[in-house]
Design a protein around this ligand. Sequence first.
Ligand code: PLP
Length: 426
Amino acid sequence: MSEPLPTTNAELFARGQKVIPGGVNSPVRAFRSVGGTPYFVASGSGARVTDVEGRVFIDLVQSYGAIIAGHAHPRIVEAIRNAVGDGTSFGAPTPREVQLAEAISERVPSCEKVRMVNSGTEATMSVIRVARGATGRAKLLKFAGNYHGHSDGLLVSGGTAMASLGIPASAGVTANAIADTVVAPYNVVPTLDESFAAVIVEPCAANMGLVPPAPGFLEGLRAECDRVGALLIFDEVITGFRVARGGAQALLGVRPDLTAFGKIIGGGLPVGAFGGRAELMDNLAPLGPVYQAGTLSGNPLATAAGLAALELLDDDAYALITSRAECLAGAFANAFAAAGITVQVPRFASLVGLFFGADAPTNYESACTTDEALYAAFFHALLERDIAIAPGAYEVMFPGLAHDDATLTAIADAAHAAALRVAQQL
Ligand SMILES: Cc1ncc(COP(=O)(O)O)c(C=O)c1O
């Protein structure tokens, strides 16, 4: 029997650090860039999480976007409960895999065929393999500050935790692994040539703070890819099923060849997926020569949770979440204006960012000029007032269906007091 678990965050963190590197299973959770001890979540309900010490926070992290209907949404919990008694993994196809692929394909018409995987990282890694297999070309273009998960070939200039920790790429990634990855500045249409298999892009960048696409950028990418016969890949791991029913591609009217998904389509369970035109996707084994596989892919619990999540998300739901995001962005902007602190609060549909600087960033270089110390001070001032935003200056906020008017008012009040507190510390 293992020892009973401690009931304070500090003790749990100390114990965790002995057996888990940094005490966390994903780096940004460790609070390194904001300082302090992470809160250990005991439970979540709707817009709120409760830590092991019994403190309740209004949560704008929402599992970095995996949750959109609030924690432990009754319909999603019920779907998982109903599924779990039937077994958790089989190594044979299960009916809901077909349903989830249909649900994705129906909502995102560019995805005629879909394959399920277990994380966003797997989705981007695999979709790039399809692009290379289909084109017979090697090179991949990615944009600085766009994060596409932690597979070797994509771990260059990836924003978020890497930005907070000041890690330009990663030890352990060889020069060979990234030799075919070309990095270009976001929001500028690059000039390609026939050696490029694909361009991968976050259609709205959400891993260097929030940097929406400049007008014409994605259209320009589409045209440049078509000019040289390269494939356009949208990484919609964050934007997919969050900014609109059909994702960013529906909202912005640009059709990629291939798309990577994650987060929302698992309803909070580990998941990823990628899809695209049938003729491209049919390159995958067992039909074609591009190998890709997964013991737990299309997992019966993840597909149950994902389907339940998608069913909650009709056009009205997106309109509601977007109006809440507007409200949230307005509240933050007002709070800082009242405190005399210069801030930009960019918003793209339901995604909201915070940038401490004079001009809204348009690329990684400008995003990196955010005042990280100010973010850290604001983060802690908010946390003291029971509001949790991400412990990293390059993350975004994820208001969702559970952030109702009363919750938004509580956030606005706390943001006001927190901004004034930060201003006093300057
Ligand atoms: C745009 C984007 N792509 C890919 C990933 C990787 O997803 P995962 O963490 O599920 O591996 C993330 C994770 O945050 C992401 O934001």
